[in-house]
Write a protein that binds this ligand. Structure first.
Ligand code: NMX
Ligand code: MLT
Length: 440
């Protein structure tokens, strides 16, 4: 298939048949059991959902449709003539279809997204009216996605009585339009908030062919290396299986047949939490504070240890370390480290991050609480952005959100294609638990 829509269509019947067969054969098998502690403890590690686009191994990290990050970097098409990082459009094809696309298939996605990229002027006007100095960029982003909702094809189709078996088509249509518009939305927020509403002229963006470069250029960055960073960033943050807060929120809200705009806005609101996507902003602030506190003292293990303990003693978490599922260094951290080693090996913030890799895990181990003392994706992203001049850390989670649309919306298309029902787990009370177990 040359078009993404046809490629997805061709996968739907076989996948529906596969799910039918799996449910016929194994439908009554027990996937997991839930202890009382898990019910109180954020359902940690409970296997109670199926999510097709990616899978997280605690030791190895994320695989997108079975492909690790280094494999994606090797196999997905890159920008011509000399791009080194995978194009996010290729990852989108992979997430939606399960197959590594050809160059021409990726080119067709690039052209499709380019055609859809313009944001309706009334939405831009409303975004321009927001109180930028007082409103966090993530709040503006969530508002923007909700404002785009009035064009939802899925909401329209539902209102007109479209049959359930066709919802996925409208969902895909909305997903592609929304993904295509996110770079312009993010840039509008960035330029309104940090550049006095002075936007990059449309003529500069119109000719840009891929999403990573469109994002970079709309934000106001001209360097090819930054285009590459945006491509890498959009690929790395796209998906992290189904249980993380943003992915789960998109799935949950979508299960009520709320359209992709409403569902994704819910995901963004979850991503804006400091234990989830906001951690990238917290990391940069923490690193800068650390530098300030060090003053003229050298970046030695002992000095850094002392400052890490100070953070812990104040009752704060060390941002960018730990994970609910991972038990090793996040491969998304490693991919960003490789980028830094190539492009900014002498940057002093990179050197600080590298040194902290030797210090923080030991401190967290000494503290003895964390299940995973190793760094996650958010530990590394801020210093890369800052190096190229994107210094406004409270914008960082917006970039995470642009990327997270690729995975969560691809998964939402599959939720509708497979006809998943409304999500409604059973809850119990403490009283119920007591009575239930005392009776035995
Ligand atoms: N610094 C200090 N304490 C920590 C850290 C950390 N980086 N990570 C976990 N802990 C504490 C945690 O707060 C908990 O303490 P308490 O029992 O007093 O509540 C204890 O260690 C056990 O937590 P875990 O089971 O290891 O972690 P959990 O699965 O509950 O949480 C995170 C996972 C990611 C929320 C947690 O590691 C954290 O808060 N990390 C810092 C924030 C961060 O980097 N978040 C970004 C995650 C990636 N993302 O983009 O979403
Ligand atoms: C993510 O990318 O969603 C985070 O690493 C958090 C998670 O997986 O729980």
């Amino acid at each position: 298939a040359t078009s993404l829509q046809e490629a997805v269509r061709s996968k739907i019947e076989p996948m529906r048949a596969q799910v039918h067969e799996v449910r016929e054969r194994f439908g009554e098998e027990v996937l997991d059991a839930c202890t009382v502690n898990q019910a109180y403890g954020g359902m940690r590690s409970l296997k109670a959902m199926v999510y097709e686009t990616s899978l997280l191994d605690p030791q190895e990290g994320i695989r997108f449709r079975g492909f690790s990050i280094p494999e994606c970097q090797r196999l997905l098409p890159r920008a011509k003539p000399s791009g080194e990082q995978p194009l996010p459009e290729g990852l989108l094809w992979l997430l939606l279809t399960g197959e590594i696309p050809t160059e021409s298939q990726v080119e067709s996605v690039c052209q499709d997204l380019k055609r859809r990229a313009a944001v309706p002027p009334e939405v831009l006007r409303l975004l321009d009216e927001l109180p930028h100095e007082r409103m966090h960029p993530m709040t503006q982003f969530s508002v923007a996605v909700s404002l785009l909702q009035h064009e939802s094809k899925m909401a329209e189709a539902y209102a007109q009585g479209a049959p359930k078996s066709t919802f996925w088509e409208y969902c895909l249509e909305d997903a592609l339009t929304l993904i295509a518009r996110l770079p312009a939305v993010a840039a509008r927020i960035y330029r309104n908030t940090f550049h006095g509403g002075k936007h990059v002229p449309a003529e500069k963006i119109e000719k840009v062919d891929d999403m990573g470069m469109r994002l970079a250029r709309s934000l106001g960055f001209e360097l090819n290396e930054f285009d590459e960073l945006m491509r890498l960033y959009l690929v790395l943050h796209a998906d992290h299986e189904g249980g993380n807060v943003s992915a789960h929120a998109v799935r949950l809200v979508g299960s009520a047949l709320s359209d992709p705009y409403l569902s994704f806005a819910a995901g963004l609101n979850g991503l804006a939490g400091p234990l989830h996507g906001l951690a990238n902003q917290e990391v940069l602030r923490w690193l800068l504070q650390m530098k300030e506190k060090l003053g003229n003292r050298p970046m030695t293990t002992e000095n850094l240890r002392e400052l890490c303990w100070e953070t812990l003693r104040e009752g704060h978490v060390i941002p960018g370390f730990g994970h609910a599922v991972l038990r090793r260094t996040d491969p998304r951290y490693t991919a960003q480290r490789e980028f830094a080693l190539k492009h900014l090996p002498h940057d002093e913030m990179f050197q600080l991050v590298s040194k902290l890799y030797e210090v923080v895990p030991r401190v967290l181990e000494e503290q003895g609480k964390v299940k995973n003392p190793w760094p996650n994706v958010d530990q590394h992203s801020g210093i890369l952005l800052r190096y190229y001049g994107l210094v406004e850390s409270n914008f960082y989670t917006v970039l995470f959100g642009v990327s997270r649309a690729l995975g969560t919306l691809s998964s939402l298309v599959w939720d509708r294609a497979l006809g998943l029902p409304i999500e409604r787990p059973k809850s119990v009370t403490t009283q119920w638990i007591r009575e239930h177990f005392e009776k035995r």
